[in-house]
Design a protein around this ligand. Structure first.
Ligand code: SF4
Length: 325
C-alpha cells in the first residue's frame, strides 16, 4: 500500500512537472531560421548565457520529427562532424532541454500547422554524457500533460556508453540508435577519437543483450566516407561485428563539412555497400539526406554564427567526462 502511494505521488509529480515545463510562456529566442526546399526547418536558438544550439524539424512521409541537441558542442570530436570539430562547451540543463523542445514544436506548428509526432536526440552533443538531464527530459516527453509521445517514437542517438545504455534499456524511455561508423576499434579511434574510452567490444556485448520489445531492432548508424570505411571488406567486417545483435543498419552519405577532407563515396558506392550487407543477410537502408541546401549537417549553422560572433564570451560550465563514468 505504501509502495503504491509512493508510485502514485511520483506519477502525479511527473504530470505536474510536464504541465509546467510544457507551457509556451517561456520559449527560447530564435537567432536564425532556415527553411529548406524539402521542408526541413533549422533553428538556431539562444540560451541565457549567450550560447547557441541547433534544432531541426524534418518532414517524413507521414509525420513530423524534431531533432534536438543535448549539449553545447560535443567532446567526442568525430572528424566528419562540424560540431565535433568545434569543441565542447557544456551540457544543457533540464529546463533548457524542455525549452528547446517547446520552441521547436511551437515553430513547427506556426509554419506547418502540425505538432511533432516523433523526436530524435541526434543534434549537437552526446546525450548519454548528459544522462540525468536527458533521462528526466525523456520522462517528461512521455508523460501525460506534456507532448505525451510514445517512447517508441523517441530515438536517442549515441556513440554507446554501455552503463548508461543498459539503464536506457531498463527505463524504456526511448529506442537507441548507435553511431557506429567504423567496423574496427582502430578505425573508430581514428574517426571518433573521443569514443576510445568506451571500447567497441563492450558496446557490442551490451547491444547483444539489449532488451527490445516485439520485432523492434537497434538502429546502427554508419556514415559512409569515401576511401575511409566504404569498401567491401568494411561491409564484411561490419556484418561480422554485429553478429548476434538485432540490428538494422542506416547508411548515411557523409555531409560535406568545411575544413574536413571527408566526402561521400557517391550514390553508386553507397548502393553497392547496401547490397554487400544484404548479400550477407543483414538489413540495410540508405538514409535520404534532408535539407542539403540549408546545411542540415549538425553544427554548421552554429559554426557560421560563431564565426560572425567571435567576440561573444563563452562560459565553461564543467566537463561531462567527469559525470559519465
Ligand atoms: S557526430 Fe555526434 S558524437 Fe560525433 S562529434 Fe558530432 S555530435 Fe558528437
Amino acid at each position: 500500500m505504501h509502495m503504491k502511494c509512493s508510485l502514485q505521488k511520483q506519477a502525479t509529480s511527473a504530470v505536474s512537472n510536464a504541465h509546467r515545463l510544457w507551457s509556451f510562456d517561456n520559449l527560447l529566442p530564435v537567432r536564425k531560421r532556415q527553411l529548406s526546399e524539402d521542408g526541413t526547418q533549422k533553428l538556431l536558438l539562444e540560451l541565457d548565457d549567450g550560447q547557441t544550439i541547433e534544432s531541426v524539424s524534418m518532414p517524413m512521409p507521414s509525420t513530423r520529427t524534431i531533432c534536438l541537441s543535448t549539449q553545447v558542442g560535443c567532446p567526442i570530436g568525430c572528424t566528419f562532424c562540424h560540431t565535433g570539430q568545434s569543441g565542447f562547451i557544456r551540457n544543457l540543463t533540464l529546463p533548457e532541454l524542455m525549452a528547446q523542445i517547446r520552441t521547436a514544436a511551437f515553430e513547427l506548428h506556426a509554419t506547418t500547422g502540425i505538432w511533432p509526432q516523433r523526436a530524435v536526440l541526434m543534434g549537437m552533443g552526446e546525450p548519454l554524457l548528459n544522462f540525468e538531464a536527458v533521462r528526466d527530459c525523456l520522462a517528461l516527453l512521455t508523460a501525460p500533460g506534456g507532448p505525451n509521445l510514445s517512447w517508441r517514437k523517441i530515438q536517442l542517438s549515441t556513440i554507446g556508453l554501455p552503463r548508461q545504455l543498459e539503464e536506457l534499456g531498463r527505463s524504456r524511455l526511448a529506442l537507441p540508435a548507435i553511431s557506429l561508423h567504423a567496423p574496427t576499434q582502430k578505425l573508430r579511434d581514428l574517426i571518433m577519437p573521443g569514443a576510445r574510452k568506451w571500447p567497441l567490444d563492450e558496446l557490442i556485448a551490451t547491444l547483444r543483450s539489449y532488451p527490445l520489445p516485439g520485432r523492434e531492432r537497434i538502429t546502427i548508424e554508419y556514415i559512409l566516407i569515401r576511401d575511409v570505411n566504404d569498401s567491401q571488406s568494411h561491409a564484411e567486417l561490419l556484418h561480422e561485428l554485429l553478429e548476434g545483435v538485432r540490428a538494422k543498419i542506416n547508411l548515411i552519405p557523409c555531409n560535406p563539412v568545411p575544413g574536413s577532407p571527408h566526402i561521400s563515396p557517391g550514390p553508386e558506392r553507397i548502393e553497392s555497400f547496401a547490397r554487400w550487407l544484404k548479400a550477407l543477410g543483414g538489413t540495410a537502408f540508405i538514409r535520404r539526406s534532408l535539407g542539403p541546401d540549408i546545411l542540415a549537417a549538425c553544427g554548421q549553422l552554429r559554426g557560421e554564427q560563431n564565426t560572425a560572433l567571435q567576440t561573444l564570451p563563452l562560459r565553461e560550465n564543467g566537463h561531462p567526462m567527469e559525470n559519465a563514468s
